[in-house]
Design a protein around this ligand. Structure first.
Ligand code: PLP
Length: 348
């Protein structure tokens, strides 16, 4: 990518998906929130008659704190992880190192605010593995995703901790970590200075339209992060959802879903990797797979003609038009994807 590539960085999977297509481009687990969560949100409609209260905010933060073994003052409720990225410039970094290939929203937010960024592009031949020593010493902010969109790679918590040092903020986007059994390698529970973890309710709970998530970090860091937020930055429904999704029954449901994702992914991976010319990143731990196919652009278009939408890969720094990302869905839907892929790569 060259010149001002911000238009490409702004590309999202929802643009690849379109009405009528089987959607393997967007990675949200459910097409609407589960029934129990819908009733909680419906009950909370009555709260819309008043401004979101400090008590409701505190109750949400307490629920998050209990879930992650933190203190309520180490929690900031956000309008999605995306708001967390938008707030990063408030920390006034001088040089932000972005670990790529990865979700591009943090880079955009930082560049749009005039922050100098440096891309640290992980090596495909090394399995897109994080190596802390690749990050420039002078970076006073490092941003990475775990597990990473779009590679699906889960970095070891130990390697992430190696990035920490005085005067540096390490931002870990854990938007997908609730799809990993046991939330293995999560650093959400670690009260380390300079560690800022972003979480999202979007993917697990079918809530992209609500905009709900939270940050975990040192209270001073959170205060700096939120310095320029408006009054009542998140609405009462968001506070309700955050609280509800931290309850033990919700955690249990997300863990069941994580186990299912693991099974479905293993099956899909084996089938796709068995097709001629299709390479799959095998160390996959998220509910999507990164593929490489010759003539990727044509493959994506041919899949579309067969009613299947997949996410283009070339808008992610470090990837090109031969990279495609596909969501892991229920086995029946996954079979449709495999069948369409087989048609395209075997028959052209
Ligand atoms: C890796 C990653 N992080 C964060 C987000 C944004 O999450 P939210 O919906 O909570 O803003 C996305 C959304 O696509 C994502 O893919």
């Amino acid at each position: 990518m060259s010149g001002d590539d911000r238009e490409l960085l702004r590309h999202h999977g929802d643009v690849d998906a379109a009405r009528g297509l089987a959607d393997f481009a967007v990675n949200v687990r459910l097409d609407r929130p589960p029934e129990w969560l819908r009733s909680r949100l419906a009950e909370a409609l009555d709260d819309l008659g008043s401004y979101p209260s400090a008590e409701a905010d505190e109750a949400a933060r307490r629920a998050v704190a209990t879930r992650h073994d933190r203190r309520p003052d180490e929690v900031l409720v956000l309008a999605g992880a995306a708001e967390g990225f938008a707030l990063l410039p408030a920390l006034r970094p001088k040089l932000a190192a972005l670990i790529h290939p990865s979700f591009t929203e943090p880079e955009l937010a930082l560049r749009n605010a005039g922050v100098q960024v440096e891309r640290v592009v992980l090596d495909a031949a090394d399995g897109y593995r994080l190596r802390a020593e690749q990050v420039p010493d002078e970076a006073d902010m490092v941003v990475l995703g775990n597990p990473t969109n779009p590679t699906s790679v889960l970095h070891p918590a130990e390697e992430i901790r190696r990035l920490l040092r005085p005067g540096r903020v390490v931002v870990v986007d854990e938007a997908f970590i609730d799809t990993v059994p046991g939330e293995r390698e999560s650093v959400a529970h670690l009260a380390e200075p300079g560690l800022l973890v972003l979480r999202s309710l979007t993917k697990m709970w079918g809530l992209p339209g609500l905009r709900a998530g939270y940050a975990l970090g040192d209270p001073r860091l959170l205060a700096d992060l939120g310095r320029n937020r408006p009054h009542w930055p998140v609405n009462s429904l968001v506070l309700t959802a955050v609280r509800a999704c931290c309850e033990p029954h919700a955690i249990a449901e997300s863990q069941r879903a994580a186990a299912e994702f693991g099974e479905h992914r293993a099956q899909l991976l084996a089938e796709l990797a068995g097709l001629p010319g299709v390479e799959v990143v095998r160390a996959a731990e998220a509910p999507f797979l990164l593929l490489r196919v010759p003539d990727g652009r044509r493959v994506r278009e041919a899949l579309r003609e067969r009613g299947v939408a997949v996410r283009r890969g070339d808008t992610f720094p470090g990837l090109d038009a031969d990279h495609l990302r596909v969501a892991v869905r229920e086995p029946e839907q996954n079979s449709l994807l495999v069948k369409a892929f087989r048609d395209v790569v075997e028959r052209g």
